[in-house]
Design a protein around this ligand. Structure first.
Ligand code: HMG
Ligand code: MG
Length: 296
């Protein structure tokens, strides 16, 4: 049997948090389409301040409208206790807290320092433990920051270790602005894996400079087995100017299947899901695999 890679689909959240005109119905359709394609972990929305990210203000309605499939985890971002309570009310299966390896991005994205963010996450982790919910942790700007520039691998490792020690079952390493290159990605992952077990780590690479697939491929031999991606390469962070989409799920799945890994995902159905949300957005998919298959 081929080895399984866990795909964390972030399209409905990371993919759409930057898009202004997506209806709630289109978001619900996307989540349902992804589940039908065999995606078993879907970051469905985020419970953040609507003053900061109005595009995610309908996340409660999205959670209420989806057809939940058994075996699928529908997760949500929660920056604080208020967000956690909203996620509980929406019956999110899991939540994610999100910090950063750089002070500049932490301030711009969540309006506090790294140290303050860790303090703010403590009650979220406690409330999640009380309610039996697992918490995923993100570290942003692991390969560069739009405000602070280069980020030392040790700094990434320090924040990742804190999140892990605080109780995050998995820590996702975000190249928020997609500036990393393969050897840099490897060095960063090695530094983090010296502090947090490799099987507890995920890669969350944006594709701004077209390096994301190469970076993922270079990190697989180090043992990482969880990859975040967004269908059709949707995405971008409102607080990271110039950051383009996440690595496209179709491209990741095609590459992994070609390397002999199993993802549990039906590529053709994934492409259909991406086509439908792109037509709702009036955009072309930013996935080379999807474009090639559509052109056939
Ligand atoms: P703040 O302004 O310091 O917070 O923002 P506050 O506690 O002073 O609250 C301000 C207002 O927001 C108040 O309302 C709160 O009630 C409300 P008012 O009294 O003025 O009417 N509020 C909320 N409302 C709904 N849900 C909540 C919530 N919290 C406060 N949870 C805060 C701090 C963290 C809230 C804010 O900065 C925020 O929401 N930031 C989120 C930014 C964001 O979502 N960024 C994108 C996701 S991160 C990302 O994309 C990176 C990632 O993909 C990994 C990678 O690529 O690297 C994960
Ligand atoms: Mg992201």
């Amino acid at each position: 049997m081929s080895e399984r890679i866990k795909i964390v689909e972030v399209g409905p959240r990371d993919g759409l948090q930057n898009e202004q005109a997506v209806t709630t119905a289109a978001k619900i359709q996307l989540v349902n389409d992804l589940a039908l394609a065999g995606v078993d972990y879907i970051e469905t929305g985020s419970f953040v301040s609507p003053k900061w990210v109005p595009q995610m203000a309908d996340s409660g309605d999205v959670f209420a409208g989806i057809s939940r499939q058994s075996g699928v985890t529908y997760a949500a971002l929660t920056p604080n206790l208020k967000g956690f309570e909203a996620a509980m009310a929406a019956r999110a299966d899991e939540v994610a807290i999100f910090g950063a390896a750089s002070e500049g991005f932490s301030q711009k994205n969540i309006n506090c320092s790294i140290a303050e963010s860790l303090e703010r996450f403590t009650p979220v982790l406690a409330a999640a433990a009380d309610n039996g919910l697992k918490v995923r942790g993100y570290v942003s700007c692991v390969l560069g920051c739009p405000y602070d520039g280069d980020i030392a691998p040790d700094q990434v490792a320090w924040v990742a270790e804190k999140l892990y020690q605080m109780g995050c079952y998995e820590v996702s390493l975000g190249d928020t602005i997609g500036v990393g290159t393969p050897l840099k990605a490897q060095r960063m992952l090695e530094a983090v894996a010296a502090k947090v077990p490799m099987e507890k780590l995920a890669l969350h690479f944006h594709n701004t400079y077209g390096q994301a697939l190469a970076n993922i491929a270079s990190c697989l031999p180090l043992g990482v087995r969880t990859i975040d991606s967004a269908v059709a390469g949707l995405g971008g962070c409102p607080y990271a100017k110039g950051a383009s989409g996440n690595v496209a799920s179709e491209d990741v799945v095609y590459m992994l299947h070609g390397m002999g890994y199993d993802t549990g995902i039906d590529l053709a159905q994934l492409i259909t899901a991406g086509k439908r949300i792109c037509s709702n957005l009036g955009q072309q998919p930013r996935s080379n695999v999807a474009l090639a298959e559509i052109a056939k």
